[in-house]
Design a protein around this ligand. Structure first.
Ligand code: NAP
Length: 211
């Protein structure tokens, strides 16, 4: 992990880890991270763009360095947000359990809270060493308005009683924005202004992404 990030995270008690592909990052992600930070009293939120997601081998994903650059631009004005290359610099498929093990070994005294889309968590019981994932981190699922995740959380806590109170869910109205929709809009020459920071809109345009 990058030395600068290590330094700024050290000394905290609760670390939020915002995992996602971020192809591209948008205001929904940013509002979700900030809401989770405040609601769960997190000292910092570390964005970790995925490297090579094991569940997406069939979809063409934007180069990891470009996705990283977009996250970097999006969070630059929030001193509580940071972004790490730790997954994108790792060889092979990126498994959340490996990331959490590394973070736990660097910050053994901190409580890890893994934040991601509830849609992504639906598949969580198929993730490599998912039981360990839930042991290593509390899980915060962020969902779009109207998304019913009660069943999912109940199912997980029935299967694994120890997960009780380790999985939380928050509804984020701004998550009506989605990366898939933004990519489709660009491909269809539709506007994406105000769905994400303007700097990123221009970056997408200049790099010719999503066409
Ligand atoms: P995804 O399948 O691309 O996303 C599913 C849904 O969740 C989409 O609606 C997506 O919206 C939303 N979402 C994803 N990340 C989000 C975030 N941080 N905040 C709010 N919404 C989010 O999921 P993904 O991005 O590839 O994976 C999410 C995380 O789960 C990553 O950290 C990934 O490494 C981890 N994961 C691990 C395993 C494993 O260990 N085997 C398997 C799958 C996923 P947008 O498209 O708008 O973002």
């Amino acid at each position: 992990m990058e030395a600068k990030i290590r330094e700024s995270i050290a000394g905290g008690k609760k670390l939020g880890i915002m995992g996602g592909t971020f192809d591209p990052i948008h205001y929904g992600h940013m509002v979700a991270a900030e809401t989770a930070r405040i609601e769960f009293g997190l000292d910092r939120v570390l964005f970790i763009p995925t490297g090579s997601p094991p569940h997406k081998e069939n979809r063409l994903i934007t180069d990891a360095s470009l996705r990283y650059e977009m996250v970097e631009m999006a969070i630059q004005n929030n001193k509580n947000f940071m972004v790490s290359r730790m997954e994108i610099d790792r060889e092979g498929p990126t498994y959340t359990v490996d990331t959490l093990r590394i973070l736990h070994s660097i910050f053994p005294e901190q409580e890890l809270q893994f934040i991601t889309g509830t849609d992504a968590l639906k598949e969580m019981l198929t993730w490599r060493e998912h039981e360990e994932v839930i042991k290593l981190a509390r899980i915060i699922g962020v969902s779009r308005p109207g998304y019913d995740s009660k069943n999912l959380i109940e199912k997980i806590s029935r299967m694994y009683p120890f997960t009780k109170n380790r999985i939380a869910q928050i509804e984020i109205p701004a998550l009506a924005i989605s990366s898939t929709d933004i990519r489709m809009r660009v491909a269809n020459n539709k506007p994406i202004r105000y769905l994400l920071p303007d700097e990123i809109r221009l970056f997408i345009k200049n790099k010719g992404l999503y066409h």
